[in-house]
Structures are given as structure tokens and as C-alpha cells.
Design a protein around this ligand. Structure first.
Ligand code: FES
Length: 250
């Protein structure tokens, strides 16, 4: 994909974390930094807490997870840090109590509303700034969608910094569509990890196909073997994305 961030070359589901996910990464299509990430992932769970209480950025890799997309985004964020890559910022959304411990966030993030006081303590312990969003009235969470929180954060960055942001998202399809719309609205690159019902999981049944805009026009792609990572702008094209004025982040 045409952005300065390495595409997520691993094509296997990242719904499992820790050692299992390490094995999945290694069984994917290891290329370049992905190899380093796979090797480093084995150490993720032993990472010491860091003292990065006031990170200054560059805040140019944003990870957004919702629902079932929360664990893989935790894994990816921790793997990025363990591999020595830049530290991403993370936004998680859930309408149920979060499946990981939450608590007051100490790592600064620019622009986040005062209501967003909590983060996942596991990410905090690994020096990864993060905040939470929900419509369910959970303690310390931004009372809205993950896109509203992301929009506030990105909007607070200096113009030059803002244009460098790239978004990776994993979660329910409506959330991915909203993140894709935000990325398009802001002119930012975005990759999404899709989930579909899968019968065979190895490319044989065509039960997991989605319509993707390719260089040769619209084509049906299998999420299980052609994805699950796609350029958001190539997936969320039909029905058309809402006009910017209709998006929830205006
Ligand atoms: S699940 Fe059968 S082709 Fe993807």
C-alpha cells in the first residue's frame, strides 16, 4: 500500500495474543520487519514497565480496536514497541466492560477530551498511550465513538504532524467503515483487518469474499487468504462513504 508505513504483511488472523499469535505471525508471510516483530513478540509479555510518562510523539501511527478487535490491537501495539519500532497511540472501544483491566491513564495524549481519563493498564505498563471510548457509560471512557476520540486526537496535532498519521483498525465492520470514513475525511492512509464468517479458512469455499476495488476494477477477494488486511479505501467504497458533513466526527 502506498504509504510510508509497512503494510501488515501477515495474513493470518491476529485474534490470539502472546505465544499463539507469535506462532501465527511466524506462519504467515514473514518479510522484513515482520520477522523482527515475530521474534520480538515472544518477549512481549515480559516487557518491563517504561517511564515514558509524557511522550512527545510523533504520534503518527494510530491503532483503533473495537470489540473482538481489541486483543489483536493490543498484540500489535506491544509487538511494535518490542521490535523497536515507533510507539503507536491506541484507541479502544467497547459497549461491554473491557476484557482487560482499565485504570486512570498517565501517558499523555494530545487533544483527548477530559472525559477520556482511563486506558488499558496493560498498554500503559508498556509505555503505550491509549484511551477508551464507549456509549455504555463505562468509567473513564469518552462517551462516544472511537472515531470521535481519534478525530480529537489527530485534530490537536500540528498540521505537519497530522499529515503523517496512518491508521490501522480492527473490529466490527461498522466501526471499520467509520474509521475508513474518518481517514478519507482527513486524507490519511488506513488499513483495516476484516472479519468474515469462514467455512474453510483456506481459500476453497469462497464463503468469506468481500468486494475490493483493485487496479483492475472491482473484484471479489477472500478475507481468509487475500486478507484479512486491506487498504480501507479499497474496501469501503460501496455503498459510498458518507460525505464529510454527514460523518460523526464533524
Ligand atoms: S473461508 Fe473459505 S474461502 Fe475463505
Amino acid at each position: 500500500m502506498a504509504n510510508r508505513f509497512e503494510p501488515l504483511t501477515t495474513r493470518r488472523s491476529l485474534l490470539k495474543t502472546g505465544a499463539a499469535a507469535t506462532a501465527l505471525l511466524a506462519a504467515g508471510r514473514p518479510q522484513g520487519r515482520t520477522v523482527a516483530r515475530a521474534q520480538a513478540a515472544s518477549q512481549v509479555l515480559r516487557l518491563p514497565a517504561t517511564a515514558l510518562l509524557n511522550p512527545t510523539g510523533p504520534f503518527d501511527l494510530g491503532l483503533i480496536g473495537g470489540g473482538v478487535g481489541i486483543p489483536p490491537m493490543i498484540f500489535y501495539a506491544e509487538t511494535e514497541v518490542a521490535s523497536g519500532a515507533e510507539t503507536p497511540w491506541v484507541i479502544m472501544g467497547s459497549e461491554l466492560p473491557f476484557p482487560f483491566a482499565t485504570g486512570p491513564a498517565q501517558l499523555a495524549l494530545p487533544g483527548v477530551p477530559e472525559s477520556a481519563t482511563h486506558g488499558l493498564t496493560r498498554l500503559e505498563a508498556n509505555g503505550i498511550p491509549n484511551r477508551l471510548a464507549t456509549l455504555a457509560g463505562l468509567d473513564g471512557c469518552f462517551p462516544g465513538y472511537v472515531t470521535g476520540l481519534a478525530d480529537a486526537l489527530i485534530g490537536a496535532l500540528p498540521e505537519e504532524q497530522r499529515s503523517q498519521v496512518a491508521l490501522y483498525a480492527c473490529g466490527p465492520t461498522p466501526m471499520l467503515a467509520a474509521v475508513a470514513a474518518l481517514a478519507r475525511h482527513l486524507g490519511l492512509p488506513c488499513q483495516v483487518s476484516l472479519e468474515e464468517y469462514m467455512a474453510c479458512g483456506v481459500g476453497g469455499c469462497a464463503g468469506c469474499t468481500v468486494e475490493v476495488d483493485t487496479d483492475d476494477g472491482l473484484a471479489m477477494k477472500r478475507v481468509c487468504v487475500d486478507g484479512p488486511i486491506f487498504d480501507a479505501a479499497h474496501v469501503f467504497t460501496s455503498p459510498p462513504l458518507p460525505e464529510p458533513a454527514e460523518t460523526p466526527f464533524d
